[in-house]
Design a protein. Structure first.
Length: 209
């Protein structure tokens, strides 16, 4: 049976796109970024394609592409548009699907709708991506609490960064979530090193059973 996972983060730049690329490559999944804010540099879809080896047909076009690298509602306003959240429904595709949100779960998509409101409507399991660095306990537990308040299923948490075993255990214990694995900083960061990291630190069975 095909799986859909939504990759969410405790903040922006925590590593959601790299984790998404890792899972797309490891599972042979398709990828969808509903809203892309910022087009000057490599987009998240392009990064995932490069690091996962996914064929073009498995990178589903974004519903909204906005030039300004800012919160989606601000980026949309700068272009004189408003994101139509009704259009943000998971696309139909063959096989597994990885969906990556923009920023943290409380990021506004419009003046009235937060990302977490859309997640609550979708009712899909989320994978929380969190840093291991200082401050992660607070940010992670706040995000977990927000998701639970809206009855959003948390499949597990994936950490990114250097090993901080005590902090990671604290988040898992207090938050009541399972640790799926930890992705270390990779240099060089390539398709090969990323998939090797998945094989070393994650269990495929956690994503297919």
């Amino acid at each position: 049976m095909s799986k859909i996972f939504v990759i969410v983060g405790t903040d922006t730049n925590v590593g959601k796109t790299i984790v998404s690329a890792m899972l797309v490559g490891a599972l042979g999944a398709s990828y969808w970024k509903p809203v892309q804010s910022g087009l000057e540099d490599e987009t998240d879809s392009q990064t995932v394609a490069r690091l996962s080896g996914a064929s073009p047909d498995r990178i589903i076009p974004e519903a909204w592409r906005l030039r300004l690298p800012a919160s989606p509602h601000i980026s949309a306003r700068a272009e004189g548009v408003e994101i139509d959240v009704a259009r943000l429904g998971p696309p139909v595709c063959d096989g597994d699907l990885i969906i990556e949100t923009a920023g943290g779960v409380m990021v506004p998509l419009t003046d009235d709708v937060l990302t977490i409101d859309v997640l609550a409507r979708w009712r899909l399991p989320v994978i929380l991506v969190a840093r291991t660095a200082l401050g992660t306990i607070n940010h992670s537990l706040l995000t977990i609490e927000a998701l639970r308040r809206r009855d959003i299923s948390i499949h597990g948490i994936a950490f990114v960064g250097d090993e901080e075993a005590q902090a990671q255990r604290t988040i898992a214990s207090i938050g009541g979530v399972r640790i799926l694995g930890r992705l270390p900083f990779l240099s060089p960061l390539t398709q090969k090193t990323l998939q090797a990291a998945f094989d070393a630190s994650f269990a495929r069975a956690d994503f297919v059973s």
